[in-house]
Design a protein. Structure first.
Length: 353
């Protein structure tokens, strides 16, 4: 396989939480034209810092996926299409992007998405090494090898799995648990006839993308009605996650943890409470961790301002329940005494919880 920086080992003391400030899409207010909170990834990290769970030198810095990395899944033809601003405008659903010169689009829109994609690939290897990993971004589940859509320009889930299959000894079976409100038609198309990948997908049956062809790849299909609420939802998630992991024993679980199931989401059409989302993530982590199957979580869709707080609360909950690993130390070599103090107080925090 080609040489990639994405698989270089981070210092062993890092938390397997992957992020870069480059994730956030911010320029000229254009990001406000999409219902997406295009700074949500940074907000999640800020909440986790406030709660002393992490510090900058404790998380893994995501690196941008290169063309060579992307070509592990994407066709050259597709990557060339992204050199047309109107194509990117269509995929991201931000129409004014069509009128920007492509170098601006590359730097301000696609680079953040490529960095998040690099983050998912890195988190795949980290999950296998550490038992779990969270990419604070990623989850672009509407993109397949030759077609983007629904804000998804790169197929990060497919990429993370293909990288593991090709490069990591002992990883030959994967389960995707897709709990975003939308059907994950991108990875479904990519793994349509691949017996190594088992897909469970729970989604609002009436909304985008309604991809009938892609549905044939779903091994466990949970089609939800408008306005589904916590009790019914959590019962279905629990039953089907357990069933999926009993039916097929994977070497890695990729968990697409979209928060667009939240009550009031303009696109999701479901009615799950913030507590319901936290509980859902707990159910999935418990199922994977109790079976000692490595789990990689990506944050995917979620289109409200309060989303970032809920994601942070969920990660804090997983930590307090002992569902995240115990390891903790400095990532950066030779960090300052201030960092040491931060870490000591973080240690105190983790021993309390």
């Amino acid at each position: 396989p080609h040489r990639t920086e994405l698989y270089e080992d981070p210092p062993s003391g890092c938390w397997p939480i992957v992020y870069s400030p480059d994730y956030n899409i911010t320029f000229m207010g254009l990001e406000k034209l999409h219902p997406f909170d295009a700074g949500k990834w940074g907000k999640v990290i800020n909440f986790l810092k406030e709660e002393k769970l992490i510090a900058d030198d404790l998380i893994v810095q995501a690196r941008e996926a290169t063309d060579e990395d992307l070509l592990v899944v994407h066709t050259r033809r597709y990557l060339n299409k992204l050199k047309w601003s109107f194509v990117v405008a269509t995929i991201t659903e931000i129409p004014p992007v069509a009128f920007l010169p492509n170098f601006v689009v590359q730097r301000k829109v696609l680079k953040p998405l490529r960095t998040q994609t690099g983050g998912t690939i890195m988190a795949g290897k980290l999950a296998v090494d550490r038992g779990w990993a969270i990419n604070v971004g990623g989850g672009f589940h509407h993109c397949s090898s030759d077609k983007g859509g629904g804000f998804c320009a790169y197929a990060d889930i497919t990429l993370a799995i293909k990288f593991l299959f090709e490069r990591v000894q002992g990883v030959s079976r994967a389960t995707i648990i897709d709990l975003d409100a939308h059907q994950g038609n991108g990875h479904e198309r990519d793994f349509m006839d691949d017996p190594r990948v088992y897909i469970m997908d729970a989604y609002n049956r009436y909304i985008y993308p309604g991809d009938g062809f892609a549905k044939r790849a779903i091994k466990r299909k949970v089609e939800l009605e408008w306005g589904t609420e916590d009790t019914e939802y959590l019962q279905k998630v629990h039953t089907h996650v357990e069933g999926a992991l009993n039916e097929f024993q994977p070497d890695i679980v990729v968990y697409n943890a979209g928060t667009d199931i939240l009550d009031g989401d303009p696109l999701g059409g479901l009615a799950i409470s913030p507590q319901g989302i936290v509980k859902r993530d707990e159910v999935v982590f418990r199922a994977a961790r109790s079976r000692r199957v490595p789990i990689l979580m990506v944050t995917s869709g979620g289109y409200q301002k309060r989303t970032a707080r809920i994601i942070a609360d969920s990660i804090l909950n997983l930590h307090s329940l002992g569902l995240l690993g115990r390891e903790r130390a400095a990532c950066a070599v030779g960090s300052s005494s201030v960092d040491q103090m931060v870490r000591d107080s973080a240690k105190d925090f983790s021993s309390l919880s």
